[in-house]
Design a protein. Structure first.
Length: 354
């Protein structure tokens, strides 16, 4: 039977009962000295109980405060992952011969970047320049052509856009750190088995999930697909995982036995007809639908089946949606995973009407 922590009133009443046991005629009413002392003692004891409960919780990572979790994880060889800086490409438009020096600052609504090379605009009037985000974090990632500006003008440059930026990641959340720690605790190192490769991949900053495919390319091979919080792994993330695991994996795997790999995206288009509740517009519900669908696809790994019933449930659970009839996908989508193909279902075009 679990121990029941007494309340303030129970502690106070126990004190008063002890007084009455020793002296039955002692005054213990609310205006008595004994009652005042009982309240004072109960307040102190209640706080002692609260502290002991706090101490007990700190012994268990899933109940501990964040700072204790971080310390416990570090002691088990699971240090918290730091944020990473995004790298990308900015596109400058200007007259032929315009010089753009290293350190030119490019600013978007969400982040700022600095060029890392000297370049000169060519005859086409457009030049792409490598840039590095000025602050670490996922917000600096860019997946579509994005309008930007210069923090200080560069003579001749009329238009600046961010082409892409990848590799940025936030500092590891407490929940993600706990997940990794629990994996290590429940699956001790086994000298290079499937679980070990998953643990190693998750230790690399920027990796939120990882899928291991042992023997996919034959005997002595291990393939790992490291996934960021959203989207597909960047070239830099794959290189980081490859280098990190190469340094600690068993030597018997062979020089090409282990590969950190990116999956091939298989976009899944979602079309159909919605029935909306009174007072809701299509534009209102589509925002929630897109967010709900993105959650599904962000949790998938290569080979995971996209089930029509799950898509329908996600859509119907959005406030304002009464019903949905999907025309696509017409059936569950099963990405291919074999020795030559590694597919991952991704969210395609969402075209829902009423």
């Amino acid at each position: 039977m679990p121990f029941q922590v007494p309340t303030f009133s129970e502690i106070r009443d126990t004190y008063l009962q002890g007084v009455r046991n020793q002296e039955p005629d002692a005054p213990t009413g609310v205006d008595s000295d004994h009652f005042v002392r009982a309240c004072a003692v109960a307040a102190v004891v209640e706080r002692v109980y609260a502290h002991q409960m706090w101490v007990w919780r700190q012994q268990f990572p899933d109940l501990a405060d964040e700072d204790i979790l971080v310390k416990t994880a570090a002691q088990r060889g699971v240090p918290r992952k730091t944020a990473k800086v995004a790298e990308g490409v900015a596109r400058f438009t200007g007259p032929d011969g315009t010089f753009i020096p290293t350190g030119t600052r490019v600013v978007t609504l969400l982040a700022s970047y600095t060029t890392t090379q000297d370049v000169t605009v060519g005859g086409t009037g457009v030049v792409d320049v490598a840039v590095l985000a000025e602050a670490a974090g996922q917000a600096a990632n860019v997946s579509v052509l994005t309008n930007a500006s210069l923090s200080s003008s560069v003579p001749g440059i009329s238009v600046v856009k961010m082409v892409s930026a990848t590799g940025g990641s936030d500092a590891e959340s407490a929940a993600a750190l706990l997940d990794r720690l629990l994996i290590v605790q429940s699956q001790p190192a086994q000298g290079g088995n499937e679980n070990d490769y998953q643990v190693w991949a998750l230790e690399v900053p920027g990796v939120r999930r990882a899928k291991v495919f042992p023997l996919r390319r034959g005997i002595g091979t291990v393939d790992v697909v490291p996934m960021p919080v959203t989207g597909l792994p960047s070239v830099q993330l794959l290189a980081d995982v490859q280098a990190y695991i190469d340094a600690i994996r068993p030597v018997g795997t062979g020089p090409s036995g282990f590969l950190a790999m990116a999956p091939t995206a298989v976009p899944v288009n979602i079309t159909g007809t919605l029935t909306l509740a009174s007072g809701y517009t299509l534009g209102q519900v589509l925002v929630g639908i897109n967010a709900a669908l993105q959650v599904i696809f962000d949790g998938l790994m290569p080979g995971d089946v996209v089930r029509v019933t799950r898509i329908e449930a996600a859509i119907i659970n959005v406030p304002g949606v009464l019903d949905v009839v999907l025309s696509a996908p017409a059936a569950n989508v099963t990405p291919t995973v074999n020795s030559s193909t590694l597919q991952l279902a991704t969210l395609g075009v969402v075209a829902l009407g009423v």
